[in-house]
Design a protein around this ligand. Structure first.
Ligand SMILES: [Zn+2]
Length: 147
């Protein structure tokens, strides 16, 4: 039996993907997202320059089929609000993604748990805090700058 990658392994990949967003994403945080089905990464995304897709939207756009059986690993809580781009939480729901691992909650007062609530209300399973320490180390300065 091959050893299957763990949830932490996939969040680690999301972290690495997020770092690819720098420096073009600034002043937005360099968020990374990977989509997994049957223990395999099927798409990934990172924060695009301001006004262009967020990490989740970029990964969703590359999903070959819908979100059935898909788990998303995203370093920062998906946005609940429509800013310069549509809400990522709603986009994940629309696509039918079944489970979302979140590295850390978004301290932006427009979000701050609202993204997670939206997902849960729609029946998506959400697990918050996976690799929180590593994620926070990567995102901290950008999140403070945004506030
Ligand atoms: Zn977003």
């Amino acid at each position: 039996m091959p050893i299957l990658p763990s949830n932490s392994d996939f969040m680690q990949l999301a972290l690495i993907e997020g770092r690819r967003a720098l420096p073009a994403c600034r002043p937005n945080p360099p968020v990374g997202c990977v989509m997994v089905r049957d223990h395999q990464v099927i798409s990934q995304g990172h924060t695009q320059p301001p006004g262009q897709p967020h990490a989740e939207a970029m990964a969703l756009a590359k999903l070959p089929e819908g979100g059935r059986g898909v788990t998303a690993y995203v370093t920062l809580e998906p946005c609940s609000f429509q800013g310069r781009t549509p809400s990522c939480a709603l986009a994940l729901i629309d696509k039918g993604v079944e489970r979302v691992f979140v590295g850390m909650l978004d301290p932006d007062p427009r979000n701050a748990g609202a993204g997670v609530r939206l997902l849960r209300q729609a029946g998506v399973e959400v697990i918050v805090g996976l690799l929180a320490e590593e994620v926070s180390r990567d995102l901290r300065t950008y999140l403070l700058a945004e506030a």
